[in-house]
Design a binder for this molecule. Structure first.
Ligand code: SF4
Length: 377
């Protein structure tokens, strides 16, 4: 790894050999994210944190850049163990370069010299993180803050003992995946949040991604029975036309009407300060579009207490309130055991308790968690 800055020199020591890699024509092909970088000796991938040294792809390992006990609703997962705590950890680096990133201090390491100033990697072990999760009363361990796909080997090392200890595991990700990384994660990850940033290729190109890679990943995640929730930050002039939002809603409803869609309000941040925050009307219009297109669970985020029932889970069959929230707080959870509606006993899609989530794991109890759209007319 080039060591042009002190932080990159320090990071080079905090690595392990990659598992998501294959040799190709004298170089190595990284398959951890949709960029699929072909990397030669002495070079690094687009993410700047995976690099080839002595013929081996070295990847981030054995540290965290940030760790906190967060409400699970902050990830956001609204249909997984409501009110639970998620021990959240992040490393450094990202395969994207979003100008509105809220975690740019850790995600843009190696790409933005200002971010390098903030980088404080702290050595740790999977066992220490699992111990911390227990100490904090967490029921989930989450790889978040930076893009988890690019540090999947470390997440795997943490998730193995976490799962053995009865903890749930999750990814909070941009969804720029590959079939290889999804297969790798399937035995290790219960819940997967995907940030669907737009429904056009141009905005995706502007942040360093490709729309198709994210759509393919979403399809695969649902087909492989991960519990999936999707977030779209509604950014004025970037992705907020009715037409584009409708296309996104249609796509998600086509995967499954049970995929929760979180529409969150943008605030000017990092390098995107040239436009206003998302207005309340605009956010509520987006929620309406999601519902019109057949999604059963559409939420409005980042404007707590101002979005009517945009933070509430209602039974899609009879409309009874099942879970009431304000911001990241659960005010009331009226679901009956098994995720049943308290009004009509319809089952609401989700991993509502830890026990339910453990029983839904692919090994030894396979079973789809989302209703395929073809069976939901
Ligand atoms: S994680 Fe993605 S960006 Fe990084 S080296 Fe691998 S393919 Fe390239």
């Amino acid at each position: 790894m080039p060591t042009s800055s002190p932080v990159r020199g320090r990071l080079a020591a905090l690595t392990a050999p990659a598992e998501l890699v294959r040799p190709e024509g004298g170089k190595v092909r990284c398959v951890a994210c949709g960029h699929r970088c072909l990397i030669g000796e002495g070079h690094e991938g687009v993410c700047r944190v995976r690099f080839v040294s002595d013929g081996v792809l070295r990847v981030p390992f054995g540290y965290v850049a940030s760790v906190a006990a967060d409400p699970i609703e902050k990830k956001p997962f609204f249909h997984v163990s409501p009110g639970a705590t998620a021990l959240s950890f992040g490393m450094l680096g990202c395969d994207y370069k979003c100008p509105y990133c809220q975690n740019w201090e850790i995600s843009q390491t190696g790409r933005d010299p200002e971010a390098d100033e903030f980088a404080r990697p702290r050595r740790t072990s999977p066992e220490e993180l699992v111990g911390l999760a227990r100490e904090q009363g967490a029921t989930m361990v989450t790889s978040t803050y930076n893009e988890p796909l690019i540090t999947s080997e470390w997440a795997a090392a943490v998730f193995r003992p976490a799962r053995a200890a009865g903890l749930l595991t999750s990814y909070v990700s941009n969804g720029n995946g590959t079939p290889e990384v999804i297969d790798y994660l399937r035995p290790l990850v219960d819940a997967y949040k995907v940030d669907l940033k737009a429904m056009r290729d141009e905005p995706y190109r502007s942040v360093g991604g490709r729309l198709q890679a994210v759509l393919d990943t979403l399809r695969l995640l649902v087909a492989r029975s991960f519990w999936v929730e999707v977030v779209t930050l509604v950014v004025p002039g970037f992705n907020d036309s009715d037409e584009e939002l409708r296309d996104a809603a249609r796509f998600l409803a086509g995967l499954s009407p049970d995929v929760p869609w979180h529409l969150t309000a943008f605030h000017p941040d990092y390098r995107m300060t040239d436009r206003d925050a998302t207005g309340l009307r605009s956010l509520l219009r987006a929620v309406e579009i999601g519902r019109e297109e057949g999604l059963r669970y559409v939420y409005a985020g980042n404007l707590p207490g101002r979005v009517g029932d945009g933070e509430t889970t209602r039974c899609p069959a009879c409309g009874t309130v099942a879970v009431e929230r304000r911001g990241f707080r659960v005010l009331a959870n009226s679901l009956l055991p098994g995720g049943l509606c308290p009004g009509c006993r319809t089952r609401l899609a989700g991993l509502w308790t830890v026990e339910e989530a453990l029983a839904a794991r692919p090994d030894p109890s396979p079973g789809p968690k989302l209703t395929p759209s073809s069976a939901s007319a």
